[in-house]
Design a protein around this ligand. Sequence first.
Ligand SMILES: [Mg+2]
Length: 235
Amino acid sequence: MTPEAPTPDIQVVLIDLDDTLYPQSSFLEGATLAVGQRASELGLDHDQFVNAFRSVLARGSDTGHTIDTALVEIGCDADEVLRLTAPLVSAFLHFRPTSLECYPLVRESLATLATHATLVCLTDGQPDLQRAKFSSLGVATFFRALVITDELGGRALRKPATACLNRVSDMLSIPVRNFFVIGDRPDKDVALARFAGIGVIRVRQGEYRESPSPQGIVTVEDFPSAVEHLIKTYF
Ligand SMILES: [Mg+2]
């Protein structure tokens, strides 16, 4: 009989932001309309641009070059793309959501989980924007910290680079082996945990919900289910 592996002593749960705590599509739609407004100020047809931009985002919102691709798709020539991209990217980056709503029962689950472990929100992205989303969700009270990988050393430190875990470890004086990850993306959250040799639960939500989970990865439908599983298994 094989002895069971000891249950890890989980002290810190790292929780992703976009598409884990709230639907990122709700943010993207507001940002799309803000960019559309700027596009019409710059002489473009609002609806034509917005429809093209929505369709580019639907093919992958963090692939880069989404705005210039939309401009090409509505028939802008190279000079126009060059002239229009910077102001439209600026409109996107300066868009601030007035209110974002968590997925159902996320606040209750965070409150429960926070009685068992220290919670850290770990997200990639433009720091001011990520901070604005986090603040708009009104969940800061449940977290010890919001860690934005881009602030630790630029895009190179985005998930699944594990350097962010060492920073959080130093900040909390808790070893990485006592960390656990909850997130939606196999290529970021799950890969991060696997590279670090720590546990992870994947929530199948949002833009990447159809991406397959790697074999053996606990995958649930939503954040409350992830918290329930985590508590039942480890606490
Ligand atoms: Mg995410």
